[in-house]
Unconditional design. Sequence first.
Lengths: 440, 380
Amino acid sequence: MMRYVMTLLAALMLWTHPAAAQNGPLRLELTEGVIEPLPFAVPEFVSDDSAGAELGRRIAEVVAADLTGTGLFREIPQDAFISRVTSFSSPVQFADWKAINAQALVTGAVTMDSSGKLVVRFRLYDVFAGQELGDGLQLVGTQDGWRRIAHKVADQVYSRITGEAPYFDSRVVFVSESGPKDQRAKRLAIMDYDGANVSYLTGSSSIVLAPRFSPNGDRILYTSYESGFPRIYVMDVGSAQRRALEQQEGSMSFAPRFAPDGRTVVYSMTRGGNTDLYSMDINSGAGTRLTTAPSIETAPSFSPDGSRIVFESDRSGNQQLYVMPAGGGEAQRISFGQGRYGTPVWSPRGDLIAFTKQSKGRFHIGVMRVDGSEERLLTASFLEEGPTWSPNGRVIMFTRETQGVQGSASLYSVDITGRNLREVPTGTGASDPSWSPLQD
Amino acid sequence: MNTGQIISGAGHLALIGWALFGGAFQSEPLPFQVTEVTAISAEEFAALSNAPNNPEAVANVDTPEPPAEGEGVPEVSATEDVTPDTSQPEASETPPADSVPEPQEPPAPLPEAEVSDAPPVLTPPQEDVTALVPEISPRPQPRPAPRVAPEPVAPPEPDVEIDEVEQQETTPDAEAAETVEEDTRETAREEATTEIVTEAEENDLASAAPTRSPRPRTRPEAPAPTPAAEAAEDAREPSEPETDENAVNNALAEALGQGQPATGGTDQGAPSGPPMTAGEKDALRVAVQNCWNVGSLSSEALRTTVVVGVTMSEDSRPVVSSIEMLSASGGSGSAAKQAFEAARRAIIRCGSNGFNLPKEKYDHWRDIEMTFNPERMRIK
């Protein structure tokens, strides 16, 4: 009893003597931050000559546009600048940048070397910490390739601040569409990820569908109706040379996609009224049947490690998503929500699967874990489909088509959080995008 | 002292005693009944009495007066109860005041009150139905906004511009007309919401169906006993139980902060001055949180918790060079670096003008350890 009384007394003394209880630092736990674009400043890259100054201005614009386009950054307009950067090597007046709340600052310089090459140097600063984020970097390229250099600068800035892998220096192949809906001309086109530098890879004499980049971005698979029936072609991006893949008599092949090794192609083939999945060695033409169900199996996509394939099938009565081993075998259904699921694409990170969902008269682009959990719909509209992942697995690009006779298709991108939905400028109508890996 | 005085004294004492203890000054109110009474004018009363469809007036008037007037009363009552009512006030035409003093009339509203008391007895079953309403009502959805913050900022006025710094609108001052000031346009912080609203959720009114399924949680594994811990257990087992004296001494020593060194702190001595209140700590936490922007962090960095140490100067500003990452958990080294940089920016940005901290308690907030745990921000 005495012990309890004394313990109680001691506890009372402890309670009445809080100074003794708080030895050491004050400890706080923060769990609620804010999510808002990080303000940054990119002054025009300095140069000694007028041609370089013009390039420096345009490079700064592209860098700012890349960062702003992510939705994670907000550019502070140059009109608000207090400090002017006149020399790449001069010390940064952090107080001036703090005053306009620029949390990151990118400075750069543009010069031409003796061989006429474009040399771009840049530095990234954490303004409030008053120090450089990473080391300065120098990039060399052709003058025509100034946009790629700008994208690479933006990639570095993006990665150093966010910790994510970059994706600005990448390209997108898509189907360019023109003309009215009932006489629409379609041809393959390729562009920078931001819609710049569009060029066409095929003519518009025949319908083309579903272009897909190879893992290293040097080739493109696509389906063409050139022969009157759907057939798979492979094109070299550099030379635009193409050839048809092996195809059995009386069959139709479509929905091709490269395996991560770049040598194997998985695709759908319809024979005798049944559509199944097949794989083929792209050089030898040797094929393997992967599914044998009487239902329709299509839209296959490899996991990044090449061990599994996700695809869509109506074997359960309506269109759902399934995962099976890359060599075929028992498939496991992963989608169980209301509506129909299709066009699954495995994320380059391997953790998510993007898909198209049709439910209650609307189409959605969504993501789910590879086991089907944590389904999250990112968009909603009259018609949208065909998601493709950015090289870092952070952004999804897809096709959205508007309603009506005058309706047209265009490309949109959205962050995997569902934020930052925006249209990708392509000039003409566009559908069926496929994002390339990061360029070398 | 004569007998009269004694009797008088005793009588007074008895009276005072009765007044004090007999309940004469008890403050408890006696039970009484309250009846609501409405004062009306004579004209209003006449109007009420003349109303043809007042059932109360019919009941009262029927019995007493009309038989006294004689003649064809039975015939009138045979037709209908209502008609006699209207005729009766007219019969006593002389002064309407005669009918007013009748004491029976004012209580007439009471039966009405009794009638109105009945309905509440019948209603309770409907309450069950209303209790179900919240379950099917649409969940309120926040408006989409580029900024996600725990406390939504009220939408600014339409003419307010978005700017980095909040400024009050200046108005022309007639008295200070000579001193020309530049007009400052009113600005406000950007509108924020509490969570990310995707396009799919934006137009999805009252959709009670879940659009995502929870990820199955992994069962937590029991921590494997480390050899050191096992050794410590073994070492503890043979020791004898504490005696009462030892326990008391230990408790007192702990209470007085003796015996064991402070863990994790750099200052071994007890801080002077009154301790920080919970409100003061919360204010500091909220101040830093307002600048803790996790929007540009990678998904891996959003899974990383970092503990950051900072030393404060006496003007309640953080000493920038003292900010350091003490520990990190949940992510790779690069993710921890990104998370730490975001935390450092938060401390520096919001502390650049000094935090609102009580100067007399400087010893308590000179050294601060902040744990930045973005777990709850991942789901927004």
